[in-house]
Design a protein around this ligand. Structure first.
Ligand SMILES: [Mg+2]
Length: 153
């Protein structure tokens, strides 16, 4: 019997968080001001909804794995970090207590799995464990990710 849980990191934007849902809640003025740089709109990260199935998936995975959020906060949006912490607490509650990591260098974190939608950003592609490319043909949604991670040794 395995006594030590394997380490699983999960990205936020595009994996747990529906980024577009935040853009959809910006005002017309904000959309004009931050056109093409919506990630820099103040408090946009507090407006986003979870991706379908993400919260339930996180809770299930946290029972099998030593699970952390591994996300990046935009450098030029100084409300992003706090808003992301607030989002995680609001949607994941006790399951995320002190399990939040923010980094532009995800490859520096040791672990077994990283679920990320952008392998070419912020070191995700250089992660030394197994990268699960969320949104790819193999892992198009949470059903496919759960099917794999709940059954793999
Ligand atoms: Mg992402």
């Amino acid at each position: 019997m395995e006594l030590v849980k394997k380490i699983l990191y999960i990205d936020m934007d595009g994996v747990l968080v529906n980024f577009q849902s935040g853009i959809d809640k910006l005002t017309k003025e904000e959309l004009e001001k931050y056109a093409g740089q919506e990630k820099n709109a103040p408090h946009i990260f507090s407006k986003m909804d979870p991706i379908e199935g993400a919260i339930d998936a996180y809770v299930q995975l946290a029972q099998k794995y030593n699970t952390y959020i591994l996300s990046t906060a935009p450098w030029h949006n100084e409300t992003a970090l706090g808003d992301k912490v607030g989002w995680a607490k609001k949607h994941l509650g006790d399951a995320i207590y002190k399990r939040l990591i923010f980094s532009h260098n995800k490859h520096l974190n040791e672990g077994h799995f990283l679920i990320d939608d952008r392998p070419h950003r912020n070191g995700a592609g250089d992660f030394k464990g197994e990268l699960i490319h969320f949104g790819s043909d193999k892992f198009p949604n949470w059903d496919h990710v759960l099917d794999y991670l709940l059954n793999v040794d």
